[in-house]
Design a protein around this ligand. Structure first.
Ligand code: NAP
Length: 276
């Protein structure tokens, strides 16, 4: 079982050391619009884990806000030297174009790393701040020693599959990317050592899509009768494959810490280059 909590703890320890060297308390601003339960859970995890490593995490919540006012607020935060990182929680209200909004965050405060500049740096193999979920997948592969292998990623979204496939390429993995129009996902998944699944459908990855040598990284988060489950048919394949991440307890615990890792990186950059 490839579990994530101890990886998050190891990373937190390193962050505490880096913060001591920084000699300033890094700070993160979260903006949440509305009351989505999953977004609230993710925000609380960052506040709790932030406190644990010594990062000030402040949640600014709006019941409602216009696009113009949100962009105005982002620009104020961009100019505030006391805030090192800014993250706009998903989902945004209907009619908001996420990428039109996050492009207003300066790249050196974009700790969700979904703005065009940081995604471009990943594509050019010049990673600076990287998205938390792809980073968590790589943390698991690093920790358990699966380097430079063949990987099939089942997802092509800007949050998971696109940055992940490039971050894997940057680390000499050989990558195939599948999506809803891919003709024979099962044979592609079987032909790779590692399968990363993030389609958002419980039970999607079944035994015919893996081999006894497969390593399965399950990124999916689905709510089924008030329980969180991933995208694999876990009971069917967990004893069949070589290794698998549980949901919850696999990728999830590392993601909040990876946002904090970006906050520290951002603060280090700002201290060195902008004298904050
Ligand atoms: P998304 O934007 O909806 O992307 C889903 C991807 O799955 C798309 O590329 C889609 O293909 C593909 N897909 C959907 N149905 C498929 C099918 N039947 N066969 C093959 N591919 C299929 O969602 P997302 O934001 O990337 O999130 C995906 C999942 O990961 C969700 O469960 C989400 O909750 C979870 N997630 C977890 C974390 C974490 O930290 N653990 C973070 C982010 C997301 P098309 O592109 O062709 O539509």
């Amino acid at each position: 079982m490839l579990t994530g909590e101890e990886i998050a703890e190891e990373k937190a320890k390193v962050l505490r050391e880096r913060i001591q060297e920084l000699d300033l308390q890094p700070s993160l601003k979260l903006i949440q619009i509305g009351n989505d339960e999953a977004a609230s859970i993710y925000a609380r995890a960052k506040i709790r884990r932030g406190k644990n490593v010594g990062i000030k995490v402040d949640l600014e919540k709006y019941e409602d806000i216009s696009v113009e006012d949100l962009v105005k607020r982002i620009k104020e935060i961009a100019d505030d030297p006391d805030i090192n990182g800014l993250m706009i929680e998903n989902p945004l209200p209907k009619g908001f174009d996420y990428y039109e909004i996050v492009k207003n965050i300066p790249y050196y405060k974009d700790v969700d790393a979904l703005s065009p500049y940081n995604q471009g740096l990943i594509a050019l193999n010049r990673e600076f701040l990287v998205p938390a979920t792809p980073r968590a997948v790589i943390d698991i592969l690093d920790h358990y020693g699966y380097h430079e292998n063949t990987v099939t990623v089942i997802n092509r979204s800007p949050v998971v599959g696109r940055p992940l496939s490039m971050m894997l390429l940057n680390r000499n993995y050989t990558v195939s990317v599948c999506h809803s129009k891919t003709p024979d996902i099962a044979s592609m998944a079987r032909s790779s050592k590692i399968v990363v699944v993030a389609v958002g459908r419980p039970g999607f990855l079944k035994r015919d899509m893996v081999t006894p040598g497969s390593v399965v990284i399950d990124v999916g988060i689905n709510y089924v009768s008030d329980k969180v489950v991933g995208d694999t048919d876990f009971n069917d394949i967990s004893n069949y494959v070589e290794a698998i991440t549980p949901v919850p307890g696999g990728v999830g615990p590392i993601t909040a810490t990876n946002i904090l890792e970006n906050v520290v990186r951002a603060a280090e950059f700002q201290k060195k280059n902008m004298g904050v």
